[in-house]
Design a protein around this ligand. Sequence first.
Ligand code: MSP
Length: 646
Amino acid sequence: MSKKTYYITTPIYYPSDKLHIGHSYTTVAADTMARYKKLRGYDVMFLTGTDEHGQKIEKKAKENGTTPKKYVDNIVDWVKDLWKVMDISYDRFIRTTDDNHIQTVQKIFKTLYEKGDIYKSYYEGWYCTPCESFYTERQLKDGKCPDCGRPVEKVREEAYFFKLSKYQDKLIEYIEKHPDFIQPQSRQNEMINNFLKPGLEDLCVSRTSFDWGVPVEFDKGHIVYVWIDALSNYISALGFGSLDDTEYQKYWPADVHLMGKEIVRFHTIIWPAILMALDLPLPKQIFGHGWLVIDGEKMSKSKGNVVDPKLLVNRYGSDAIRYFLMREIAFGQDGNFTNEALIQRINSDLANDLGNLVSRTVAMVIKYCDGRLSNERARTEFDEEIETMAVETVKKVEDAMEQLFFSHALVEIWHLVRRTNKYIDETTPWILAKDSDSKDKLMNVLYHLVENLRIISILIEPFMPQTPSLMREQLGITQSQCLTWESTRTWGCLKDVIVQKGDIIFPRIDMEKELESLKKTQNLGKKQESDDIVGEEDGLISIDDFEKVELKVGEVLECNKVKGADKLLVSKIKIGNEIRQIVSGIARHYSPEQMIGKKVIVVTNLKPVKLRGVLSEGMILAASDTHDHLVLGTIDKDIESGSSVK
Ligand code: MSP
């Protein structure tokens, strides 16, 4: 029997090297869902990508003295790297500059024209370039864009129009008949009452005042409106309209399009109307989540309140950031981002609750049972409750996930984590250990801890892709049949385990010091020059900024692997008269032997940090690409260690 399919999409992102933690939110949610469905045995297609055409990109490229294509190529690599850093497991990455996408858009436009749903006329009105949206005089707010508040420009040009008004009643009827189509419910009401009922006007779907876009095939002076171009990605990525549309046949209609609330309007009105005009099925659900806000305001570069996801992942690891995003904010509602809340979650939920449960369990199995456990049953009065709770949690998590209630799912999992911690206090293994008659009971108690942690490790897998294997390594859980989602329904899957002590999975963070240090690095509140889009001048630093970084040539004298961390090497590096210890994440690319004797470039004025408990006093420079290649930065000819690099 063929597997059930599941097709999930994020919006395609405007190419920007300033994608912030708010952008990552949509993608982390989609990734969590995609991973969940994969674990449940679905054949999943998870699509993301970049929305690369339009006037604003053309402008930015000009300002940067380059072509739009070269301009976006660079940024797309950066975006892909961000998703890699955040462990985003997309199945397809579409770029609207891909040839097959362009051809599909042209075909869609032509079909709509031939069907009489697109006609040529004349457009006069207002255009907001950052939002790539048309507005009538009436729709403006104080003469500015009603969505982003920025200045709009007057546009007067010959243009093609899509008969959106024709679909108004059909759309209302469809939405009313399919209550799950727009979620959450509040967004559905908003679309019906604020947009559909007041009446739809035909939509201008071509521009002639710039070139960077998909040309209308039969009228080359016209460029297809970017939103028509962008929305079509959801089917062009599956080969719709091409010679091989097998994937379109297999995955369409999408199970869910995920996005932030400000673009729900495009997805629930324009996109379904186009699909109706093409006689294609509509996506099953459009889910508009809320925004990550800072002090009540949407995160945005122009407000100077963006939080850099790469910086956070570097400090705390991607699992902690993903956990925070999915746990802290109820999906669908806005949520405030603060550094305090993030560190608080890491310390209480991850370090205290989960981390402690793992390390206490491992320590006790080593201390009381020489690290070995088997499925012995000398039951205690507390066993049944935690066994039942574990299995019931699975059901609750499944229910929450089906509704995209990510934070509910995590709340349920953490009830189980906390309940399992409480079980240790109830059964007091340290007292059982004193009585030789209680050996079997002790073994049974410890087995319960490991077994519950096994189930927990599976339940958190969609949210935190790295932590489960770290837990399983320490707990000695290797049997593959005990790692499937199905195996969580039967309590007691594990047979024998041999545990081994490992690193603390989530070290506690000193809140005060960390907040101070974050304040210095994040620059929150410093207004940057432009809007959310694209790294323009503000990607640049002055020579004074650059000179703050001290770079020197160092010679590697010794190099070893860092125990328990398969990515890290620790090197002793001679820099002039000084010897520094530096930890680097290069173990997958260089062996310790290859490192010895190398001359490398070292950042020497970084604050020392501990990585996996090992002191690191600087950083070795290396280049890495998006295909997981990494090479060390070197100097062209031999030069003394300690020499400055400028
Ligand atoms: N290119 C369009 C989408 C076209 S889809 C056919 C676009 N791109 S975007 O880069 O501006 O936004 C991408 C996603 O990031 C959207 O879902 C948007 O809502 C989300 N977010 C951007 N800032 C956000 C927050 N501060 N908080 C949560 N999500 C936010 O729109």
